[in-house]
Each structure stands twice: as C-alpha cells, then as structure tokens.
Design a protein around this ligand. Structure first.
Ligand code: GLN
Ligand code: ZN
Length: 759
C-alpha cells in the first residue's frame, strides 16, 4: 500500500499563536521557557492534526522559531562573526539576533545588523540569507531537530525529519568574493553527523529538500550533486530527496539517479513529469508524487488525481508515496476556522490538504470502501457546482474580455508626442519632485479605520476623518514645495487588499494567515471567480484631493500583475486571463480618474519583477502577458494624461526591454541602496521614457542631507538625460513618521533645486 506523507506543515498556528508568543517574548513579557512551551504545544497540535487527517509519516524539523533556513544555519554552525559570543554555544537569542539585528548600545553582547531577508523561490515567504565567509567552517551546533524528533516519537508518531539539502542550502546563501560551492567539502561532514545522529535515534527515513533541482543549474552545481550525495550515501538511514516549485526538466536524469532511496516531485507545477519519470527511476527507489497543491487554497480534483496515482501504483506498488506538492507552509492552516460560506466548500487549507492526501492513498487501496466512494462523490459534486456557479463564471465579464482588441493596449500616440502634450499641460520645472504615494500611516489613521470597521465610526465620520488626512498630506506637500502631489493613501490598509475588497470576484478569509517572515503573516485575498469593478474605487478620495490643490495631483492605483501575484489565484483559468480581467477593472478606474480631471495616474507594479518564472524558458511568455496587462489597464487615456508606474527593488538588466514595452510615461524605481547602479540597465538600453530613481532609502528612519541626494542625482544624470529625470524617494512613506518624512523631503526638494541651478 502507498504511503501518505507530508513535506511540511505551517508552523505559525491556526490563530497565529507562534506570532503572538514571539512578539511577547521580544517585548520581554514572557520568558524563554514560556516561549518554548508554546512551540512544543504547537508542534504537538500540528502532528496530531496531520495524524488525525490520516497521514502515515509526519514531518519533523518543519517547525522554526523564525525561519527554517535560519534554524539550519544554526544547526550547521554558520553564524556570522558579529553574532558569535566566543566559544559559547548559540542560544535562542543568538537566533533572534541574526534574524532581527541588535544595536550595539543595547545589551553589551554581540551586536550588528540582521542577516538579509529574501524571497523563498517564487513564493511570498522570506528566508534569512546565510552569510558565508572565505574562512567559513561548519560544525554541528544546534540540537533542535534531534530534540523535536524525540518529542514527536514520545508522542507516538512515526516521523520523517526534514532537512534543507546541502546544495540548496549553499545556493541560497551569499558569499562575498568567492565561489560558495567551494564550501561543500567543509559542509558535508556536518550533514554526515546529522544523518548518523538521526539514525542513532532510530529514524528510518529522512527528507532532504533540494528545491534548486527545479532551477536552471550551472554544470558545476549539477556535478556537485552527484559528489555530495555519493558521500552522504553511507549514512545508515533512508533518504528521500524532495524537489518542488517546478519540473526537473534537464535535471531529471540527475535527480532520478542520485544514490538515495527516494525522490519527491511536484506534479502540480509540472504534471508533464509523469509518466516520464517512471522511465528514469531506478527500480529500487521510492517515488513520492506531490499531487495536492501546497501553494494554493483550492480543493483537489480527486478523480483526475486518482487516474495518475492508479497508473503509478500499478508500476510502483509499495514504492509509491503520495504528498502535497511542497510544504504546506504556503497555505493557511484550517478551513474549519472559517464561518460557513458557499465559497468555502471549494477550498482546502493545510489540514484539509492532508485529508485529501490520506484519502487518495485510501482510494488506491480500497476503491470500493463506502467512505471512499462517498468522499469521491462529494468532491465531484462540489467541483461540478463550482464549474457552473454564477459567482465564478460571469458571461458579461468574459464577453467584455473577448471583445478586447489589440488597439486597446495602444496609447493614441508614441511617447515623444505624448510627452510634449503632457509638458504643455503640466508645466513642471526640470527635475520634477514627487513621492511614491503613501504618507505615514499614523496610529490615528489606523484607529479610525478600525473604528469604522467595527461600526463605531459612521461612513460619514470616517469619510471626514480621511478627508482631514488628505488635507493634511496635501498641505504638507505644498509647504514642502513638491511639484506633483499625492493624496497619501490614508484610507488603504494594504495596496492589494484595498482594491481586492472593491473588485467583484474576490473572496476573503477571516483566519487565512500565511507566514511571510518571522512573526509577520499575510492574509492574501482569493480570486474566486471572474473579476470586475462594479463602481469607482478611488475616485472619491483622489477627486477630493485634487480639489485641495492647484498643483497636479497623481492618482494612485495598484497594477494587475501585483494584484494577481499577491493573491491566491484561480486554477481553472490562466494567470494571463486573470491579469486581463484585473486590467479591465483598473482601466475603468483610470478612465474615471482622467474624466475627473486627474492629470497624472500611477499604476504600481511592485511585484512585476518577482512574477518572473523560476526557469528562464518561461520568462518571455510571462513578460508578454504581464506587459500587455499593464498596457491594457493604462492605454485608454488621452495623450495629455501622464501614466506613471512604480517598481520596488528589482534587478532590471534582463527585463529592461519588457519595461520599455510597458511604455509608462514615467517609471519610479528603488535605486538609492545601489548608488544608482540599477540605472545602468536603463542607460545601456537607451530607455526612452522618463525615470525617477529613488534618491533616499525609506526603509530606514535616517534623514539623509541634501548633499547626499544631490550626489546621487549627479550620478543619475550620467546615465539618464537631464530632461527625463524625476526626483523622488525609493518607495512609499507609510511606515515612516511625519517628522522624519518632512525633514527628508525638505532635503530632497532642496537637492532638486540645487540640481536645477547646476544644469
Ligand atoms: N503607492 C504605494 C505606496 O506608496 C507603493 C508601495 C510599493 O511600491 N510597495 O505605498
Ligand atoms: Zn516600492
């Protein structure tokens, strides 16, 4: 009989218990033993949930105090020098220091800035980047995994420890000035010790995660895989190498041939790997098929999945394992926490996904059992209802999309002509100054929003409060002497959620939290069905703001690609289709703003770069539809209306052509931390439109003086013609306070003025 297992379970807790415990610990309100107690309770609860769901083999090692990669760095002793305390063993506070940084005046112990956070593959989860030095040594130094194995076994569970594999671990780290692959020989002995120790604890199977096998790998890394796993082969326990987030493609032969006992592949992202994989897999190996989507919230199509699994079971017999596609870290915990609603029957969260895996295995063994037949019939009925639901399929939306023609994605005139009309209309000085959109989200703003949500503030009272914030923001900007003003986004909780709440076809959960990093969680909206905008979304606020000033006021929207990337998307229609529906909804808003006299409209595409597929072969297809979605939402305006876009910290080199094809009149980008080097891509490409490179970093409360910003602008002028250069901060100011914001913007305006005198 096949085995039902899981690659990892969300650690944050159904009610974000871990978040709350961590934050109270950091505030000093509970001690370490209380924090550890919460961790133990969560682990016990999560194992029990998975076992009750019917899984045979449970993951251990998926729990982390802040982040799994960080925990792994501690386990192999990769602790940056600045956080080492002599020869002392690392503690939980070492771990938190690496995650959060310690200022030197604080406690006398080791201090320094936190390690960098970055996105975990193409998910919205962020991991702590390991820092490797040339003299890097590794030693087994953090017993968490072994303790948790004992803990789970004491509770009577059959467990499979999960460890990040050596190649993926090195790949994810950063090494200054040398090839990190050189560290492999030093790292492997520690893996040997880990495996020996687990074997000593009586562990039968261990899961080694090697997600980089789904990436385009340099030859040196491919060869290193063989070397590394050959060395680990002698450890006296069975090894399952887990791959996910994509297909193995050119790494298929390599992965299938590694000298280990099993391989997990992601059949949700890359269904075409089956049945091909059967031809490659040696006859002694276990094949784990990831068939339940760990990255999304939809119920699995059990009939369809069973077809694949039956075929696999016939060939593999006992050697077939069944699992979610990847760790369930990326989906919410338990659907039973939500209030009953029609849409919920279509959803499955982590607990429900474990049940699906168990049911699939059961259906293979006992297809005629009454319970199995009932469950399959239920699944069929639910999927059929969804396929014909009017909440999902909206003929008007589809008809409108079908009627879209290429001309809808074309501005009336080319940039050179448009910019002339815009300059004529806007009458801006050289090097116009502006901001990215948001101004400080003060406690007063958040309280007003909460009071409104809870009904303590009427609609009119709330509107007046927000209008007060708009007046304040506009007045401050006028006093600072900025050229293009914004309304400040006081009314927005979040740049995606705010719009999703007003677009028909989105659904929201109450407890659908997913860990983003550390104690931070997000609750992504769900794209339930066809999307459209029933009524204007921002017109009241932005229209009001425009009445408060004679200066041009920039209307602020979130773009279709970002709306899509930061939501749970549908699986029954393509990403492109969803982006186009969103584009039409935003296009309507753009046109309403234009009609209300708003002369500049910014459409933020913060997630544009991060939407790129993991493998290069997929880039062009993505860029084509992503660019077109932007053009579709923005191209309906007249030549005199100026379209801006904004992108956060991105590597633009390889996508500069696509950025140019978006054809925004102005793009503002985050560059200050790269000393304007990010502009090199724009210079080399001869990027034709206007650009606002960020001149100061909004992530820090530090107020840079104007000479610093002026120096950056001088660097920018070397790469961008002066008549096309804007002056603005790196990103929105919502996380800053007013005092530092005003001080920094005053210096920025002064830098722009000095620049005007010089050029
Ligand atoms: N307009 C948004 C803001 O200023 C942009 C945020 C972002 O780029 N992440 O907050
Ligand atoms: Zn930004």
């Amino acid at each position: 009989m096949a085995i039902a297992h899981n690659l990892g379970f969300p650690r944050i807790g159904r009610d974000r218990e871990l978040k709350k415990a961590l934050e109270t610990y950091w505030r000093g309100e509970i001690d370490e033993s209380e924090l550890r107690q919460t961790g133990a309770e969560l682990r016990a609860a999560h194992w029990q949930l998975q076992r009750d769901a019917g899984l045979d083999l449970l993951p251990v090692g998926d729990f982390a105090w802040y982040d799994g990669v960080l925990g792994h760095s501690l386990m192999v002793g990769a602790i940056p020098e600045r956080f080492r305390d002599g020869a002392a063993e690392p503690t939980l506070d070492t771990l938190f220091a690496m995650a959060r940084g310690v200022s030197s005046h604080c406690c006398g112990g080791p201090a320094g800035p936190a390690s960098e956070l970055t996105k975990w593959f193409d998910t919205n989860y962020h991991y702590l980047v390991p820092e490797f030095s040339l003299e890097q040594s590794f030693q087994l130094s953090w017993p968490q995994l072994f303790e948790e194995v004992d803990e789970a076994r004491a509770l009577g569970h059959r467990v499979k420890p999960v460890i990040l594999g050596p190649l993926s671990y090195l790949w994810l780290g950063k090494a200054q000035g040398f090839d990190k692959l050189e560290l492999l020989e030093r790292l492997l002995p520690v893996y040997g010790q880990i495996l020996d120790r687990l074997a000593g604890q009586g562990v039968e199977w261990v899961q080694l995660d090697e997600p980089i096998l789904a990436l385009d790998l340099p030859q040196a890394w491919k060869s290193a895989f063989e070397r590394a796993y050959h060395l680990l082969q002698r450890a006296p326990l069975k090894k399952l190498v887990a791959t996910y987030f994509g297909g193995l493609e050119d790494n298929l032969g390599l992965a299938a041939g590694l000298p280990v006992d099993g391989l997990h592949i992601d059949l949700v992202r890359a269904p075409e790997q089956f049945p091909q994989i059967l031809d490659w897999l040696p006859a002694y190996k276990v094949l784990s098929l990831g068939v339940v989507n760990g990255r999304n919230v939809w119920r699995c199509d059990l009939d369809k999945t069973l077809q694949v699994l039956s075929q696999a079971a016939e060939r593999l017999g006992e050697r077939l394992w069944v699992a979610p596609s990847c760790s369930l870290l990326h989906c919410p915990v338990d659907l039973r926490r939500e209030a009953p609603a029609e849409a919920n029957q279509w959803l499955a969260f982590a607990v429900q996904k474990c049940e699906e895996v168990a049911l699939l295995v059961r259906a293979l063994a006992q297809p005629d059992a009454a319970e199995v037949r009932q469950a399959l019939a239920d699944n069929r009925a639910v999927l059929q209802r969804r396929a014909s639901s009017r909440h999902i399929h909206k003929p008007e939306v589809q008809a409108r999309l079908a009627a879209v023609e290429p001309r809808h994605s074309e501005r009336a005139a080319p940039f050179a002509e448009r910019i002339a009309s815009q300059r004529e209309r806007l009458q801006l000085p050289a090097f116009p100054t502006t901001t990215i959109g948001s101004f400080p989200q003060t406690p007063a703003i958040r309280q007003a929003r909460q009071a409104h949500r809870q009904g303590r503030l009427s609609d009119v009272e709330y509107r007046d409060a927000m209008r007060g914030e708009i007046r304040h923001a506009v007045a401050r900007q006028e006093a600072l002497g900025l050229d293009v003003l914004v309304h400040g986004e006081a009314e927005r909780n979040d740049m995606v959620e705010y719009f999703a709440e007003q677009i028909d076809g989105y659904a929201f959960t109450r407890f659908g939290w997913v860990q983003s990093y550390g104690s931070r969680c997000v609750k992504p909206a769900i794209i339930l069905g066809d999307l459209h905008r029933p009524r204007p979304m921002t017109l009241d606020w932005i229209g009001y703001a425009q009445t408060q000033t004679d200066k041009p006021l920039k209307g602020m929207l979130t773009g279709p690609v970002t709306m899509l990337m930061w939501s749970f998307p549908r699986e029954d229609v393509s990403a492109e289709q969803q982006a186009r529906q969103l584009a039409l909804a935003i296009r309507d808003e753009v046109q309403d703003l234009e009609a209300a006299g708003v002369s500049i409209i910014q459409i933020d595409e913060a997630a544009f770069r991060e939407g790129l597929p993991l493998r290069r072969a997929g880039w062009q297809v993505y860029l084509d539809w992503a660019v077109d979605a932007f053009r579709l939402c923005s191209a309906g305006v007249s030549n005199e209306t100026q379209i801006h876009t904004h992108m956060c910290y991105s590597e633009f080199n390889e996508i500069i052509e696509a950025i140019a094809t978006m054809d925004a009149d102005v793009i503002t980008i985050e560059t200050s931390r790269s000393q304007m080097e990010l502009l090199e891509a724009f210079r080399a490409f001869d990027y034709p439109n206007e650009i606002g490179p960020g001149v100061y970093d909004i992530h820090s409360p530090r107020v840079p003086d104007s000479s610093e910003m002026l120096a950056l602008l001088e660097k920018a002028i070397e790469r961008i013609p002066a008549e096309r250069l804007w002056v603005n901060p790196d990103c929105g100011l919502k996380t800053r306070g007013w005092a530092e914001t005003e001080a920094a913007l005053a210096n920025m305006v002064s830098a722009a003025r000095q620049l005007r005198e010089r050029h």
